[in-house]
Design a protein around this ligand. Structure first.
Ligand code: FES
Length: 423
């Protein structure tokens, strides 16, 4: 049975019941109605250069293999053998001609076809090998190097699903005519916290920066005077997308990259011509964003990451460093090191965020503390079309994109997904 989650929200007044972060039944419904029908980030195209290259990841809690077929086409399959459900690929990444199940030996090629069944002569005549290939996602597509997929045959095309966020995302993905690539592998770590805490924060929360990251900002302050001089009441905007995405960004007349080497790499006149002044002075600065539901990014740090749900109380963070393809190697490396120093698993900012989410989750286990009303009222009624940035934006310090994120979440949770409808 599905739960009507409407009672947990009064978004017009900016109020949310904390139950949505800890309830196990809601979590199961979330996997069915939020993750299964949504476009989910899988990998970056640069992780696949030749047929047979593969990468294993998750869509919600479903394990999947992303692989390049002999036709050089990317496909994604459920990483579960059709015989007894064993994981057919137990490596994180690599190259192969076939995925052979280590339980009884069924083998699948890189287009998902079942190509070998040991003791096949013992199966009945009506066993049709053709029907027992790996289960493939309903749709897979890429947006400027980012690979997404969905289980829903009814989901709108990826570009449509990204909505107005694409304009903002391009401030990170489209600086270079050659596109982007990922460097330095994938960093993975586990946090005791509900995945929405992280996704919501990356969509909408600049508010915490001055306080949570005060000591990190002190260390990185070029003036040595701490965060006050640079960022308290930073001017900026926050974009709220009706599809649940969000992007907050300080506005800065010159744009800037905190790392000296990366900053020096860019010709800002060329960037302004390519992306326009509003994008260079806004979404390209030290901001943050989330593609609903669980893909987030930091344009200046080059961090792209997925918040994999692992139960209501736990998430696994997978993070990559994104660079422009035409950057010289030393600039790519500077970007990588800067990202790791700030938002790698031991990054000085990442530590603060992870501690907040774990602490928040730890206090959600009690009956009273777990069902209290939370305040999402910041910036309520202050969002407008400013004529500079497309769509609806508000001040940088706002819960606007969080309210948008939960509006989308609530609506999906209350809508039967394609797999629940009568055929
Ligand atoms: Fe894979 Fe039996 S579970 S061959």
């Amino acid at each position: 049975p599905s739960v009507d989650v409407g009672a947990y929200f009064d978004l017009d007044r900016g109020l949310i019941d904390r139950t949505i972060f800890s309830d196990t039944a809601l979590y199961r419904q979330e996997l069915r109605r939020v993750f299964a029908p949504s476009w989910l980030f899988l990998a970056h195209e640069s992780q696949f250069s030749k047929p047979g290259d593969f990468f294993t990841t998750y869509m919600g809690e479903d394990p999947v293999i992303v692989t390049m077929g002999r036709d050089r086409k990317l496909r994604a399959f459920l990483n579960a053998c059709r015989h007894r459900g064993m994981r057919v690929c137990r490596a994180d990444a690599g190259a192969t001609k076939a995925f052979t199940c280590s339980y009884h030996g069924w083998a699948y090629d890189t287009s998902g076809k079942l190509i070998n069944v040991p003791n096949g002569e013992d199966y009945p005549a009506h066993f049709d090998q053709e029907q027992w290939g790996l289960i493939e996602v309903a749709q897979l597509d890429t947006y400027k190097g980012l690979v997404f997929a969905t289980w829903s045959p009814e989901a709108p095309p990826l570009r449509q699903a990204l909505g107005g966020l694409a304009w903002y995302l391009d401030a990170m993905l489209d600086r270079d005519p050659e596109g982007t690539e990922v460097v330095g592998g994938v960093h993975k770590w586990v946090l005791e916290g509900n995945w929405k805490l992280a996704a919501e924060q990356f969509a909408s929360d600049w508010y915490h920066v001055n306080i949570s990251h005060a000591s990190a900002l002190m260390v990185m302050s070029p003036t040595g005077k701490g965060p006050k001089a640079e960022i308290v009441q930073t001017p900026g905007r926050q974009y709220t997308d009706p599809l649940g995405h969000g992007h907050g960004f300080p506005t800065h007349p010159k744009s800037r990259f905190d790392d000296r080497v990366v900053h020096g790499h860019y010709d800002y006149d060329v960037l302004r011509e390519r992306l326009g002044d509003a994008r260079v002075e806004g979404p390209m600065t030290t901001g943050h964003g989330t593609v609903f539901p669980n893909f987030s990014y930091l344009p200046v740090n080059g961090s792209i990451r997925v918040w994999h749900p692992k139960g209501p109380d736990k998430m696994e963070v997978w993070a990559w460093t994104l660079v422009d393809r035409s950057m010289p190697d030393e600039v790519k490396d500077a970007q990588r090191v800067y990202n790791l120093r700030t938002f790698g698993p031991t990054g000085i900012f990442e530590q603060d965020d992870g501690e907040n989410w774990s602490e928040v989750q730890a206090t959600a286990h009690g009956f009273v503390s777990g069902s209290m009303t939370l305040n999402y009222q910041m910036g309520l009624g202050l969002q407008t079309e400013d004529g500079i940035h497309p769509g609806t934006t508000g001040h940088l310090y706002s819960d606007g994109a969080a309210r948008g994120f939960y509006t989308r979440w609530r609506d999906l949770m209350n809508t039967p997904a394609w797999h629940e409808k009568d055929s």
